[in-house]
Design a protein around this ligand. Structure first.
Ligand SMILES: *Cc1c(COP(=O)(O)O)cnc(C)c1O
Length: 227
């Protein structure tokens, strides 16, 4: 099985899941998670039509920014240390993993130096597991409010990682809860904030996530194979 075939299969499953949920398939975007994969795999996926790529580690992303000359769109999906933000300023389209004000402030500062604005999602730890990144559900609205005051950061939605991998029905309640929280934040009508994006769903559970409203699904293994 090659990357191109895997992508075709995943795109077909995304389309089917969206239609089953009564949603426009175009409302769901595929983020190909390319962590640990060489630049050659990214270029192969790009030639097969994939444009959005998600990376977890800045030390891995930075060399890829230089190696991949194709016009891909980069998303940061993993835990991000504030001292690494300067290496990616202006070079990524969306950061999915903003979970604290100190990180948002550093993004604001670094993008601001370039006269640019960075789109971000707020990562929420719905399960409350100690091992997971993310703000608490109770703290999410406050974090969005504070981020909204930063001139060079624009909040576009929420992201979560459920505790169960590859168990779609076990993960579903966490997806449902993120969607509910997104509605609650939207109802606050915070100036400069929209809740257009819901980043949830991975290789093992993206169909359930799409049924629960995902607009960005982050899929690695099912495209590139086991890491
Ligand atoms: C690795 C990773 C993914 C992709 O997981 P797969 O199971 O390989 O599809 C998605 N989101 C985040 C945050 C990840 O770290």
């Amino acid at each position: 099985m090659n990357i191109s075939d895997n992508l075709a299969r995943i795109n077909e499953r995304i389309r089917a899941a969206a239609e089953k949920a009564g949603r426009d398939p175009a409302s769901v975007r595929l983020v190909a998670v390319s962590k640990t994969r060489p630049a050659a795999d990214i270029i192969e996926a790009f030639r097969a039509g994939q444009t959005v790529f998600g990376e977890n580690y800045i030390q891995e992303l930075v060399p890829k920014l230089a190696e991949v000359h194709e016009t891909v769109q980069w998303h940061v999906i993993g835990h991000l240390q504030s001292n690494k933000v300067k290496y990616i300023a202006g070079q990524v389209a969306l950061i999915h993993s903003v979970d604290r004000m100190s990180l948002a402030q550093e993004i604001d500062r670094q993008w601001g130096k370039l006269g640019k604005t960075c789109d971000v999602l707020i990562q929420v730890n719905i399960s409350g597991e100690a091992t997971k990144s993310g703000t608490t559900e109770a703290g999410a609205v406050q974090l969005v409010r504070e981020c909204a005051l930063l001139p060079n950061v624009r909040v576009r939605g929420l992201m979560t990682m459920p505790p169960f991998f590859d168990a779609p029905e076990a993960a579903r309640p966490y997806f449902t809860e993120l969607r509910r929280l997104s509605g609650a934040v939207a109802a606050e009508q915070i100036a400069g904030v929209d809740m257009a994006e819901l980043s949830m769903g991975m290789s093992g559970d993206f169909e359930a996530a799409i049924q629960e409203g995902a607009t960005l699904v982050r899929i690695g293994t099912a495209i590139f194979g086991k890491r």
